[in-house]
Design a protein around this ligand. Structure first.
Ligand code: FES
Length: 109
């Protein structure tokens, strides 16, 4: 698989550590960022159930809860952890030594 194109979206210290997310624009695509300690996860912001913003949800123990109807999605890969077939796209994340957080996109994204 080819190396993704890395798009800088935030500085690490800007991302909350309180279990809330933020939504950023990645070349016109809304992407939710979630910081868990020194790791950052990036998921498509749009909940596949009814379109709520996952970046407005809270995360805990590796999953985010949709703020609208409480479906849960794994931060690692975007799969629904409620046993349903829905999933959201997970994007690779790179944190540079300077603290810049970048989201990776591949041609098919
Ligand atoms: S919009 Fe996310 S669970 Fe309904």
């Amino acid at each position: 698989m080819s190396e993704p194109r890395w798009i800088p979206v935030a500085r690490l210290e800007e991302l909350p550590l309180d279990g809330t997310g933020v939504t950023v624009d990645v070349e016109g695509i809304p992407v939710a960022l979630f910081r868990a300690e020194e790791k950052v996860h990036a998921l498509s912001d749009t909940c596949p159930h009814a379109g709520a913003s996952l970046g407005a949800g809270v995360h805990c123990d590796g999953e985010v809860t949709c703020p609208a109807h409480a479906m849960h999605f794994a931060l690692e890969d975007g799969r629904c952890t409620d046993g349903l077939p829905e999933r959201v796209r997970a994007f690779p994340v790179r944190i540079e030594a300077s603290g810049i957080v970048s989201v990776g996109r591949r041609r098919a994204d």
